[in-house]
Design a protein around this ligand. Structure first.
Ligand code: ADP
Ligand SMILES: Cc1cn([C@H]2C[C@H](O)[C@@H](COP(=O)(O)O)O2)c(=O)[nH]c1=O
Ligand code: ZN
Length: 184
């Protein structure tokens, strides 16, 4: 039987990694074999760890290229979990399709858009083929409402790909973003 593709998306701090790791726990409780992956570019929390902003951590395999994921997969693996998919190369799409066809459930978490409001291509393509999409919201750091769908950069531009956390980005709602952009 084929597996399923679940994509968890939204702005920074919306709980994407928390939700991803809660699915890992569900499989682990069921004694199903899981593997967690992250892109090598994300060096925030150490080499072989995926961590939430609250500090909950699990062991993960750090990969430079999507295809490296194959090295860690065998017929005993029930599900794989990939964090920060926006940083992967486009070949991740074919890999995900292939693994699902082989009966593995694939869970992906990642940003939908950059702070420049450009969609991240890999996330967009995964969303298009997903069986289930979970769109998360964060608390807007301007108005305090739980409706933030954007990540806003609060430091001078370090490029569209720029690893960081609260020192660089806040979560913001559409209305507050509009006000900020219009100097209000
Ligand atoms: N603006 C915010 N809105 C919601 N949660 C926030 C915010 N800032 C910090 N947090 C914390 O971040 C946690 C979510 O972290 P995480 O799952 O790593 O999010 P993501 O992977 O989407 O960046 C929340 O449980 C909360 O404790
Ligand atoms: C908006 C935005 C974010 N990034 C970086 C910053 C962080 O390292 C990750 C997102 O992490 P999270 O788990 O979703 O909090 O992405 C970036 O490089 N470019 C951006 O536009
Ligand atoms: Zn707001």
């Amino acid at each position: 039987m084929p597996g399923k593709i679940t994509v968890i998306t939204g702005p920074m701090y919306s709980g994407k990694t928390t939700e991803l790791l809660s699915f890992v726990e569900i499989y682990n409780i069921g004694r199903k074999k899981t593997k967690v992956f992250k892109p090598a570019i994300d060096n925030r929390y150490g080499e072989d760890i995926v961590s939430t902003h609250t500090g909950f951590k699990v062991k993960a395999f750090k990969v430079d290229k999507s295809k490296e994921i194959y090295k860690y997969i065998d017929e005993t693996v029930s599900a794989i979990f990939i964090d920060e998919v926006q940083f992967f190369d486009i070949e991740l799409i074919d890999l995900v399709k292939d693994l699902v066809f082989k009966g593995i459930d694939v869970y992906c978490a990642g940003l939908d858009i950059s702070y420049l409001e450009n969609p991240f291509e890999v996330t967009a393509k995964l969303l298009a083929i997903a069986d289930e999409v979970i769109k998360k919201k964060a608390v807007c750091e301007k108005c305090g409402e739980h409706r933030a769908t954007y990540s806003y950069k609060i430091v001078p531009d370090g490029g569209e790909i720029d690893i960081g956390g609260k020192e660089k980005y806040i979560a913001i709602c559409r209305e507050c973003l509009h006000k900020l952009k219009n100097g209000r």
